[in-house]
Design a protein around this ligand. Structure first.
Ligand code: PMV
Length: 374
């Protein structure tokens, strides 16, 4: 029954939806933010350079989002929300999510009239080298946009819905902006995509490039070297770029590589793809090692795995390569047709360097999906 005091007669007073949003793996890394003094949704987390990723399929967050309108509420407070992570109440996460929601309250003024129950769970283990902030913040942003749609009976324009979801996800956690779309995704303003790319939201690259069939199904085997919590967070790492001695060079090369990778995705050239992707991973870690203070996230096993991957590539001629995020775990990237041979390679030659022989088999996916709407 619509509530007579609710200004929108089409809106529902209570309901529930569930969004699934996948994580993504960056090929050209987002490392460094534009410096801004005035932190708000529009200026927070603007990238210093554009980045390109592909979205994963099996590594995702599901958020189950229940809402109930309560006319007696006059502001959105922590008492108006309950948060569960993997089915248990987690005050630390609850505070974090509350802060995120407060940050976007201005964008969603109707929030103050709702009681929310948010249940989040991941398909992959914590600290497995897969960015759970990307998948969870993308899922949260999609839930908010869905609530907005219910509440305001707002836009049915799917493109605009996703663009806004990407923008809100970005304000929560930069790389989450890319998790709103499937396949290859670009986030950040790039001279190679004038007029369509933006620092504020991501765009699906397949709408702007004709992706070569060589890249139509890429796999990502996440080789877990160490699953403990990292010593230096990504936010601290981004911040260290502000005064980094090699900052200008890095920003120039990241910009240039967007154009190079875009060309390669169209031409289908595996050798060039491998060179760009591995160089990006090594550059990211070189930047950490040359920050002030310097730090190192790679482990001895990470180096062994890189050497083994080079050796196997030389011998097998299979176009596989690695990328690495801000941690010690190695993402082995390869075309799906080589699945069996790469699997054997991992099991026979790499698994004993891994934490409990653990690795996750993932692949490029089609992006988020709404699973339940009631
Ligand atoms: O979105 P953040 O703030 O967690 O930063 C992500 C940084 C990298 O994973 C290292 C690179 C990237 O583009 O995803």
């Amino acid at each position: 029954m619509p509530n007579p005091t609710n200004p929108n007669p089409n809106s529902k007073d209570r309901g529930r939806f569930q969004w699934r949003a996948p994580s993504n793996i960056a090929l050209i890394k987002y490392w460094g933010k534009k410096i801004n003094v005035n932190v708000n949704v529009n200026t927070d987390q603007l990238p210093a350079t554009p980045s390109i990723s592909f979205t994963l399929e099996n590594s995702y967050t599901e958020i189950d989002f229940s809402y109930e309108r309560d006319e007696s509420l006059s502001e959105f407070s922590i008492e108006s929300m309950q948060f569960f992570f993997e089915n248990s109440e987690q005050p630390k996460f609850q505070d974090k999510i509350y802060k995120f929601l407060k940050k976007v309250e201005g964008e969603f003024p109707f929030l103050k009239k709702y009681r929310l129950k948010i249940k989040s769970s991941n398909s992959f283990p914590h600290s497995a080298g897969i960015a759970s902030s990307a998948s969870s913040m993308a899922a949260l942003a999609l839930c908010l946009l869905s609530l907005e749609k219910v509440n305001n009976n707002s836009t049915n324009d799917e493109k605009e819905f996703l663009r806004r979801a990407s923008e809100i996800a970005r304000s929560f956690s930069g790389s989450a902006a890319r998790s709103i779309y499937g396949n290859f995704v670009l986030w950040g303003e790039s001279e190679f995509f004038p007029g369509v790319s933006s620092d504020h939201w991501a765009i699906p690259l397949s709408e702007h490039l004709k992706i070569h069939k060589n890249f139509s199904q890429m796999m990502d085997a996440v080789l877990i070297v160490d699953s403990s919590v990292k010593k230096v967070s990504s936010s601290a790492g981004h911040a260290l770029m502000n005064e980094h001695p090699f900052k200008e060079g890095r920003y120039q090369s990241a910009n240039k590589r967007i154009g190079q990778l875009a060309k390669v995705l169209e031409s289908g050239d595996y050798d060039e793809f491998i060179e760009i992707v591995e160089s990006e991973a090594l550059t990211l870690h070189a930047l950490m090692m040359s920050s002030s203070p310097y730090y190192l996230l790679l482990k001895p096993e990470s180096l062994v795995l890189m050497e083994k991957i080079w050796e196997f590539r030389r011998e097998s001629k299979i176009p596989l390569c690695f990328t690495i995020d801000a941690g010690p775990n190695i993402h082995l990237i390869y075309p799906a047709q080589y699945y069996q041979r790469v699997r054997d390679f991992i099991e026979l030659q790499l698994a004993h360097y891994l934490d409990k022989r653990n690795w996750i088999c993932d692949e490029m996916g089609t992006g988020p999906a709404m699973i339940i709407e009631k």
